[in-house]
Design a binder for this molecule. Structure first.
Ligand code: PGA
Length: 249
């Protein structure tokens, strides 16, 4: 899976222009599930523009409840009604600026699975946590709380994105070795929390300053099953090149 996280960028016109330019560039690639994650106001436009193309559309977050008095929030029912099929959960910017916790990630994951949305759950350590030797403990905690009470029989759509916070938007990518080690920690936790079979089949993406020129070395590793791309996904040629280079495995 190669996913574009557009964050709070693009107007509807810019989003449509992206889709028109991007789709022909990836027409010959079928190795990756392509996902575009636009901000909420762009969702209907991008769902329309990407209809009958290989691109799937994800929301960048959602509430876990179907409806209610939650000003500013979006429910899974509303996303489904638009034709959205995937959802990012617990991105580090949501955790850092909007008080998302491991517990809210867990509620959102349960809700996404119940509604048939493909959840892409983001985990990752802060620089201070890495430097103080807490990376494994942080990844195990974030993963185990996210997966708490999840029925293994219903968990097969699950996707996890490992995004070390120090690598997001900084130009500082984790080396393939660092990413591989983290992915193995997350996979081992999935085995404990869900089952060894699910640990083997769950896709774990890497995110954090993924660019066309580092995609192949990351995606070549057995434990890296794709990428979640921020800055380099805003330009159609750059994102298409990432899709092409991800075929490295
Ligand atoms: P970046 O963002 O590629 O710009 O580092 C990744 C992300 O936040 O998902």
């Amino acid at each position: 899976m190669i996913a574009a996280n557009w964050k709070m960028y693009k107007t509807p016109d810019e989003a449509v222009a992206f889709v028109r330019a991007f789709i022909p560039l990836v027409a010959h690639h079928s190795h990756a599930e392509i996902v575009l994650c636009p901000s909420p106001t762009l969702l209907p436009t991008v769902v329309d523009a990407a209809r009958n193309t290989p691109a799937h559309i994800a929301a960048q977050t959602m509430h876990w409840l179907d409806q209610g008095a939650y000003t500013g929030e979006t429910s899974p029912l509303q996303l489904k009604a638009l034709g959205v099929t995937h959802v990012l959960i617990g991105h580090s910017e949501r955790r850092q600026y909007f008080n998302e916790t491991d517990e809210s990630v867990n509620l959102k994951l349960k809700s996404a699975l119940a509604h048939g949305l493909v959840p892409i759950v983001c985990v990752g350590e802060l620089l201070a946590e890495r430097e103080s030797g807490q990376t494994a403990a942080v990844l195990e905690r974030q993963t185990s709380v996210a997966l708490g009470g999840i029925d293994p029989a219903a968990a097969s759509p699950l996707v996890i994105a490992y995004e070390p916070v120090w690598a997001i938007g900084t130009g500082r990518t984790a080396t393939p070795e660092i990413a591989d080690e983290a992915h193995k920690i997350i996979r081992a936790q999935i085995a404990k929390s869900l089952s060894p079979a699910l640990a083997a089949s769950t896709r774990i993406l890497y995110g954090g300053s993924v660019k066309p020129d580092n995609t192949a070395s990351l995606c070549a590793l057995d434990d890296i099953d794709g990428a979640l791309v921020g800055g380099a996904s805003l330009d159609p040629a750059s994102f298409a090149q990432i899709v092409a280079n991800s075929a490295a495995k």
